[in-house]
Design a protein around this ligand. Structure first.
Ligand code: OAD
Length: 236
């Protein structure tokens, strides 16, 4: 296959739904059961670190039992087949990496890393279960927190710059399993469109990004994305 058009993918929680990881919005989702401001803000962690830590420990246990699904694996195949392919994710679950993706731009951090609240140093941490009390930084003694982006916090600057560049250079921009309402990630699709990319949405329902899309694949992404990829590979 020739190098073909530059394909960029943006994923959200919907890609991990078929792996059994709850999404943030919609029936049975996280924000239906929990209040983000009590669990996913720096203020919440300062107020009650043990509660916030416990919620992430619980999510880790769910995710540790989950396996990547055909949609994750399809994106790993795309990376192997297309030298210019770029994957941008809002997910913190690490399932893309477990499926074999290596070049992943993580906009919202990763649940399998912890970060010192004082100095910002990060560590890989794959313990399941986590200790019940948030541990302390071995260097300075400050609390360790999950290395994820919380509401009100900026995105990691390097990841965000890379994502902007990728969106501007995309010729095909796949928008996969995201509700498209959390900024600034949602703006990447508009940026890609403004720079001439063909937008293809994969979702089980309509989103605010649907009206931007040149093509919509409605249905579970574990089925639709492999189908799209096969059709793409068979293109003349
Ligand atoms: P959401 O939970 O907001 O949206 C999930 C999307 O996936 C919805 O549009 C669903 O319709 C769709 N979906 C669910 N199951 C699907 C399936 N099997 N196939 C295809 N689509 C499916 O998740 P995100 O858009 O990722 O941020 O949310 C964005 C951010 O909001 C998250 O990264 C998180 C959250 O608050 C932070 O924590 C900073």
């Amino acid at each position: 296959m020739n190098a073909g058009p530059r394909v960029v993918a943006l994923t959200g929680a919907g890609i991990s739904a078929e792996s059994g990881v709850p999404t943030f919005r919609g029936p049975g989702s996280l924000w239906e059961r929990y209040r983000p401001e009590e669990l996913a803000t720096p203020e919440a962690f300062a107020r009650d670190p043990t509660r916030v830590w416990a919620w992430y420990a619980w999510r880790r246990e769910r995710i540790a039992r989950a396996e990547p699904n055909p949609a994750h694996r399809t994106l790993a195949e795309m990376e192997a087949a297309l030298p210019s392919f770029i994957l941008i994710t809002q997910n913190v679950d690490g399932l893309h990496q477990r499926a074999g993706s290596r070049r992943v731009i993580e906009l919202h951090g990763n649940l399998w890393r912890v970060r010192c609240v004082q100095e910002g140093r990060t560590w890989e941490d794959d313990r399941v279960p986590l200790p019940e009390i948030p541990p302390r930084c071995p260097a300075c003694g400050a609390l360790l927190r999950p290395d994820v982006v919380w509401f009100g916090e900026p995105l990691p600057p390097v990841a965000w710059r890379q994502a902007l560049e990728a969106a501007q250079q995309a010729e095909i921009f796949l928008v996969i399993g995201t509700s498209g309402i959390v900024e600034p990630a949602a703006s990447l699709s508009r940026l890609a469109r403004a720079h001439g990319a063909r937008i293809i949405e994969f979702n089980i329902e309509e989103t605010p990004l649907t009206s931007l899309a040149d093509e919509v694949w409605r249905g579970p992404v574990g089925e639709t994305l492999p189908r799209w990829w096969h059709a793409f590979q068979d293109r003349p």
